[in-house]
Each structure stands twice: as C-alpha cells, then as structure tokens.
Design a protein around this ligand. Structure first.
Ligand SMILES: Cc1cc2nc3c(=O)[nH]c(=O)nc-3n(C[C@H](O)[C@H](O)[C@H](O)COP(=O)(O)O)c2cc1C
Length: 277
C-alpha cells in the first residue's frame, strides 16, 4: 500500500484492474502498472476524487475518504423533464413569509452547494449567511440608515446606482417597503480568495447551485444586485459581516419561504445561438 499526503489507497481484493481511475484522472497522476493503479504523488493531483468516484467496485480511497461512505448514484439523478421544469419554473421571489428557515435546512443546503465545481478544484468559496431573522432585521435597518445618510449628504453617486439606492430609501421611508432585500428573512453572500484561480466564477456557480437546490425544497430566492451596490457604497460592510479582506465578495442572494406561488412557467427564448462553422 502506498502512503502519501494524498493517502491514495487501493483495496487490491476489490480492484478489477479496469484502469478507469487512471483513464479518468485529469492530472494524469495515476498509471497502470502490472494491472494495478499506481499513484504519483509528485504529479500534481488536485484533490478532485475522480479516482474514488469512477471506480466501479469502490476499491480506491484518497484523502482518507472511504468510498463506501459516498452516495451511490445509479438511478438517483432527477430526470430531464424535472430539471427542465425546475429551470423554467424557478422565479425570483420578492414576497416572503415572516418565518425563519430552520438552521438545519440552511446548513444542509450549504453543505450540498459546497459540491459546486470550482476552478482547479480550489474549493475556496465562503458562504456568509444570515440565519436569524433578528440579525437580518438589524442589517436591513443598518443598510437603510446608511443609505438614508448618504442620500441626505449628497453622497450617492450619479448614475443608475445612485438612482436605485435613492429609490430604495424613498420606498423604505415612505412605504416601509424593502427593495434592497425584498423583505427576505435570510441573506447569503459567496466570496472566494482573490488569489484563487477563478474567484468570481466560483462564487456565482456556488450561488446558482444553492438557488436551484433551495427551490427544490420549496424555498424562494432572489439574486441581490441591489445589496451588491450597497457593498460597493459601504466598503467597511463586507468586513463587518465577516468576509475576509483577501476575499472577493462574489454575489448575494436573499432567500426564505415564499409568500407567492407561481402556477406556470414564463415563456422565453429561443436561445440566442451563434453556431461556429
Ligand atoms: C445578477 C442578478 C442580479 C439581480 N439583482 C436583483 C435585485 O437586486 N433585486 C431584485 O429584485 N431582483 C434582482 N435580480 C432578479 C432579476 O430581475 C430576475 O432574474 C429577472 O427579472 C428574471 O426573472 P426571474 O428570475 O423570475 O426569471 C437579479 C438577477 C440577477 C441574475
């Protein structure tokens, strides 16, 4: 048995010598020798675990992971019609019930969203989440107060950001309407180390993954570009929310139990397609 920091282990009794682990390794660090896979620890393994996932008999372990503890996949994916309905039927939700999502469900969603792909498998996405309604309400009040002060002092920028933020203050002060967070009880912000290969893409893919999964649980979500504008106007806020200085705040998403039900899809398309010939 080989031992390394990657801890590649082969159960020779289970191995059927099919070579799938070597064929599928994107870094090419596994080669077949005398019918058995051999792992090259100098080869640039980037911890993707494809070797563990592709082995038909569960003979391969890496990073100390027991293949028998992975979820078996045969027949478990949603079918194409279900995925199509989810993608077409998901709507931005802007009306929420005044009810907290159970912390355990939020944890479960985040643990699954953390399976989203990341460039070079960096897995550096941080999920900054507001789990408690009271904390969300305090954030809402803080944001509205800060925007109100900026508006009063002429500190809002010219152009569409200033217009949106000014409109948000007016809606809040005159009607008690929160168009920054759409009255949602929870907020999720993804960030990733600026030094990672694809921080911006990683954060967006993680949020997209979270969003689709959240909707399968009956939750509602809305991408929160207006809060991203708030972050750009209040540069200290990301740090105060615990987002590390060396992270790029990727995007924000408000979520909660919806107070609205959509009965049919919208109708879009056809896709704008440019076929290369
Ligand atoms: C990057 C991005 C930022 C968005 N920001 C906001 C926002 O700040 N507030 C909001 O109510 N909706 C926001 N939306 C939702 C869009 O308005 C919405 O996706 C679009 O109108 C299509 O509606 P649908 O999501 O229901 O299909 C945002 C969407 C995206 C993709």
């Amino acid at each position: 048995m080989e031992k390394s920091m990657f801890n590649f282990q082969l159960d020779e009794e289970r191995c059927i010598q099919c070579g799938e682990c070597a064929l599928d390794c994107p870094a090419g660090v596994i080669t077949m020798m005398d019918g058995l896979p051999r792992f090259n620890e100098e080869g640039g393994c980037f911890l993707c675990q494809h070797c563990l996932a592709v082995c038909p008999t569960g003979a391969v372990s890496i990073l100390g992971k027991n293949p028998d503890e992975s979820q078996a996949l045969a027949g478990t994916f949603p079918d194409a019609a279900q995925m199509t309905a989810l993608i077409k039927g998901r709507r931005s939700v802007r009306r929420y019930r005044d009810e907290e999502v159970a912390a355990g469900l939020i944890d479960e969603l985040l643990d699954v969203a953390a399976y989203a792909p990341t460039g070079v498998n960096a897995q550096g996405v941080l999920f900054t989440v507001v789990k408690e309604r009271t904390v969300m309400q305090a954030l809402r009040l803080e944001v509205m107060e800060r925007l109100g002060s900026l508006k009063k002092s002429g500190g809002l920028p010219d152009g569409f950001i200033g217009q949106y933020m000014g409109g948000a203050v007016t809606a809040w002060v005159e009607e008690g309407r929160d168009i920054i967070f759409r009255g949602a009880p929870h907020l999720l912000i993804t960030s990733a180390p600026k030094a990672s290969p694809c921080p911006s893409q990683d954060t967006l893919i993680a949020l997209t993954t979270f969003q689709l999964l959240a909707h399968t649980h009956g939750l509602g979500t809305v991408w929160d570009g207006l809060f991203m504008m708030v972050l750009s106007l209040c540069p200290d806020l990301a740090g105060r929310l615990g987002i590390p200085e060396q992270h790029l705040p990727g995007y924000a998403m408000a979520f909660g139990w919806p107070a609205v039900e959509y009965h049919r899809t919208v109708q879009r398309g056809p896709a704008l397609v440019n076929v290369v010939r």
